[in-house]
Design a protein around this ligand. Sequence first.
Ligand code: ASP
Ligand code: MG
Length: 412
Amino acid sequence: MPVLVMKFGGTSVANIDRIRRAAKRVGVEVAKGYDVIVIVSAMSGKTNELVGWVNEISPLHDAREYDAVVSSGENVTAGLMALVLQEMEIPARSWQGWQVPLLTNSAHSAARIEEIPTANISAKFGEGMRVAVVAGFQGISPEGRITTLGRGGSDTTAVAFAAAFGAERCDIYTDVDGVYTTDPRISAKARKLDRIAFEEMLELASLGAKVLQTRSVELAMRYNVRLRVLSSFEEQSDEAGTLVCAEEDIMESNVVSGIAYSREEAKMTLVSVADRPGIAAAIFGPLAEAGVNVDMIIQNIAEQGRTDMTFSCPTDQVKRAEKALSEAKAAGHINYHDLIADTDVAKVSAVGIGMRSQSGVAAKMFKTLSDEGINIKVIATSEIKISVLIDRKYMELAVQALHDAFGLDKAA
Ligand code: ASP
Ligand code: MG
């Protein structure tokens, strides 16, 4: 029988009523003839509570015990969901990560999936089980310890199962009814997209559109898993939600598909560093080692052999960046006159696969911002994305203006 993966996020399993409602959706697909793999998150708020307890005991905790504690939320929901399905007379069984077994590496709290052997669950399907309810977000390390996949990791569990079992689709049930052209809380004109390409979703996910964990989209793209994002709070048709799919499966799209933003960006400038071969490596090497996620980089024109180097990173990594750079300076690897951190900036990005074939998108973006009197501090581009750093107080205005300028309120 064809396999379908259905993932329910925290708000979709927040209490027994909602688990019943989710189970009904599962029942509909079972009735259609699918063997279903249900991936569940912890009840909403649960993981935060567990993380809070661990941090209360020790901020510098043993990551193996963090995983032991934090993975437990999903175990509860998996068991409850299996019970509800059984009450509906659907043969169902719960599976914790180690029982599958979902094999990961040993990077506790941010583990990567290495393999999902399908034999155990397939055998049970063969014996008449119709639904395998799998606890999301967790796996087992080569040492036999429980691991977790990083916050939001149930999405990645779901996609990995869809790939392993060759599922027809991976439906991600959440509290929004799809992927929007921008955040509806910022622009009332935001429109739900019927389809979006993997690459675009990847940019939007990493740019702060928090619908899907970034790694889940990477995985879906690699294995060509058709991902559907939809709401568990609405009656559903087969066309509901947003399909995240390969570019070839999208007939028409706007040049720009979405406007993303990230409020938590900081701009850091190293004033007057020596302009010599190896200087970028000497700066960004230590930053990478310190785990700073550098995004945009600009190196200014040099004057008398010295230049300014500016980069952006998440606000909560500023302290770490400062430490890494001052250590590199103390060790004599780099030299700079000053290090300036500007934490009052935000990043706004236009994303769209249409940019590959159409020119003038950047010009239009800059003109739109200029018409609003918004100063651009840093610019970065990729094949399908243009990002700018601006003063944070103009972020909403910039998102709205760009959404209007690219006509995103209307379908292509
Ligand atoms: N419960 C975990 C979290 O809140 C994993 C997930 O829901 O995706 O991050
Ligand atoms: Mg999530």
